[in-house]
Write a protein that binds this ligand. Structure first.
Ligand SMILES: Nc1ncnc2c1ncn2[C@@H]1O[C@H](COP(=O)(O)OP(=O)(O)OP(=O)(O)O)[C@@H](O)[C@H]1O
Length: 257
């Protein structure tokens, strides 16, 4: 269980451009939930993910994972339990290293660094099988530099590398936004399979309302630092894209847009 309790977050505090984004913000995400998060630009989605991952500090409040207080835990330590895939496929992989080397690095995340070649025949076979499961032919490109792969192939690899070591949470930060529609569909299919097979608790921020409806068992809508809509699996099941659009329109009228 992940808990954000009574979170306050200010940007540029004490200046003329001070922004209070989160004011007593609360959110609980239970194990095996797959939460789709939607919301207008600037509603606080990425800031919420950054707070969970420890990429930005909070001004007040508490972050708990399974009752353990991680509020002060550094980002690199949280990364052992929280995997994150970004919008930019280049962020999750190392372009100058081969597919095999990238896989080996992900496999050895958190292990002590040494100069031995960190993989062996059985691990290579395991990487090949894992890559094969993506159905992108990457198992035949293990000696190619990752920088020569397409954005979709790199994003699929980034996903695979994120779940190579056991994690408690998978954070997807608009991870299909930079891909063409067909590749985005494919990455979402791979995402759905991985989340189901690994039973990962997942938070997916997306502007694609179709994905928000189709994937996940909970739907959140953020607005001005608040979760203004929170639908459980059954309620979400009964929703369609037009229902979300209707809420978007209502709040934008209320805001005078
Ligand atoms: N580093 C920062 N300094 C100042 N203000 C910031 C900073 N990061 C975010 N903000 C402000 O906080 C608000 C929320 O931003 P955030 O990026 O979390 O929104 P978002 O919902 O992820 O938006 P988008 O859909 O455009 O990615 C915005 O008003 C933004 O300008």
């Amino acid at each position: 269980m992940l808990e954000l309790n009574n979170i306050y977050k200010y940007y540029n505090p004490g200046t003329v451009s001070e922004v209070c984004l989160f004011k007593d913000f609360n959110l609980k995400i239970t194990d095996n939930e797959f939460v789709s998060v939607v919301g207008s630009n600037g509603s606080g989605k990425t800031s919420m993910l950054n707070i969970i991952c420890g990429s930005i500090p909070i001004d007040r409040g508490q972050i708990l994972i399974n009752d353990a207080d991680i509020t002060k835990m550094k980002e690199f330590k949280r990364q052992r339990r929280i995997g994150r895939v970004y919008q930019n496929p280049a962020l999750g992989t190392c372009p100058h290293m081969t597919v095999l080397e990238n896989m080996a690095i992900a496999d050895n995340k958190g292990k002590p660094f040494n100069l031995r070649f960190g993989t062996n025949r059985s691990r290579i076979d395991y990487y090949r099988d894992s890559l094969k499961s993506l159905k992108l032919g990457l198992e035949d490109k293990m000696n190619l530099k990752v920088g020569s792969l397409s954005g979709g192939q790199r994003q699929a690899m980034a996903l695979l590398m994120t779940i190579m070591t056991p994690i408690d949470f998978l954070i997807l930060d608009e991870h299909t936004a930079a891909l063409d529609p067909k590749t985005a569909d494919l990455i979402m299919e791979i995402t759905g399979n991985i989340v189901r097979e690994k039973k990962l608790t997942t938070i997916m921020v997306t502007h694609n309302l179709r994905y928000a409806i189709q994937y996940g068992n909970r739907l959140l809508m953020m607005h001005q630092g608040e979760a203004i809509m929170d639908k459980n699996a059954a309620q979400k099941e009964a929703m369609c894209v037009e229902d979300i659009l209707e809420v978007f329109n209502r709040i934008s009228i209320e805001c005078g847009n």
